[in-house]
Write a protein that binds this ligand. Structure first.
Ligand SMILES: [Mn+2]
Length: 321
């Protein structure tokens, strides 16, 4: 990971002269975008500034342990801020504000884009984009350190949450030595790993268990090694699970032996959403997803198509006595 020091200098000057700072996580916020947002929120607060976090969607309950999470407000951004940060959004549409607030992305505002997705097209006036970082919070950590901004134990917990969730608790192939080093440094700063691993990785609601039960029941492995499952709108209805409760199931489906990559198709609001994962070095699921108009990382990607899921039942004649 290498920081663009010229760009950082400009960002530092902007932050130093800013008081009101808007922080925008991506929609359907995950641990990484929230960790980045809350890390900055805490740091800016300690600097005596007035940060606000505005998100298209409400954070999932699982993140309620994160310090300052109550300051993540669902809403629409205004433009009367001195600086605006957009975090962990690999494309402008992922904020949910690209259509309603195009000015965020036309470089007319003091927008800082911080991200680790290879798809990022540098939509900010300032851009710190590094696809070698396992999480956006790793970049945030390096930035705070380089700029000498405050990083207390609350910020450390938030940054570590992003690192943990984006690496599947330090198990995915993006877990570099630097990721482990930063995890260690965040622990040394007082990050609450015990709390975060209990809340994020070892807490499962009954509705989630029931939903995952259906996902596992529907799992099939095709002859080409693609392990697949589906979740219908009815599954959500029957189990009472929310859409966010599907997170993580695709990794589990991918653990079937011989799996080249895994796909979970989810039916939602007249669309079918696909999540893809692989653990194979030679498989690039972003490439698979791009064939369907999607994208993402090489090991974790997705796409969305209009339509619905229909069950296909096949009958065949088998010989018998
Ligand atoms: Mn991320």
């Amino acid at each position: 990971m290498k920081l663009d020091l010229e760009e950082l200098k400009k960002i530092d000057a902007l932050i130093q002269r800013s008081d009101r700072i808007l922080i925008i996580p991506h929609r359907q916020p995950d641990g990484d975008t929230l960790g980045s947002a809350l890390g900055f929120y805490q740091s800016f607060s300690l600097m005596g500034k007035h940060p606000e976090i505005v998100c298209k969607d409400v954070p999932a309950e699982v993140f309620s342990f994160m310090p300052n999470i109550e300051h993540v407000k669902k809403g629409e951004p205004r433009f009367d801020y001195d600086a605006i940060l957009v975090l962990d959004a690999g494309a402008t549409h992922l904020t949910g504000f690209h259509e309603t607030h195009p000015a965020l992305f036309d470089k007319s505002l003091e927008v800082i884009n911080i991200d680790h997705h290879p798809s990022n097209n540098f939509y900010g006036r300032y851009n710190i984009v590094d696809s070698t970082a396992a999480s956006a919070t790793m970049i945030v950590y390096r930035m705070l350190g380089h700029l000498g901004y405050p990083l207390d134990r609350h910020a450390a917990t938030c940054l570590l949450t992003g690192l943990y969730t984006d690496t599947g608790s330090l198990q995915h192939s993006n877990t570099t030595s630097e990721a482990l080093r930063i995890a260690a440094e965040l622990l040394a700063k007082g990050a609450n790993l015990r709390h975060l691993s209990k809340e994020v990785f070892n807490t499962t609601k009954i509705s989630t268990m029931r939903l995952w039960g259906r996902i596992f029941k529907n799992t099939v492995q095709k002859s080409d090694g693609v392990t697949m499952s589906v979740v219908t709108a009815k599954d959500f209805l029957d189990t009472g699970a929310g859409f966010d409760e599907i997170a993580g199931a695709v990794d589990f489906v991918n653990s079937v032996p011989g799996s080249e990559y895994s796909v979970i198709l989810t039916e939602r609001d007249g669309k079918v959403k696909a999540s893809l994962r692989t653990l194979k070095d030679e498989v690039d699921v972003a490439e698979v997803a791009s064939e369907f108009g999607g994208g993402g990382h090489t090991k974790a990607a997705g796409f969305t198509l209009p339509g619905r899921l229909e069950k296909e039942i096949r009958w065949k004649v088998v010989s018998g006595k």
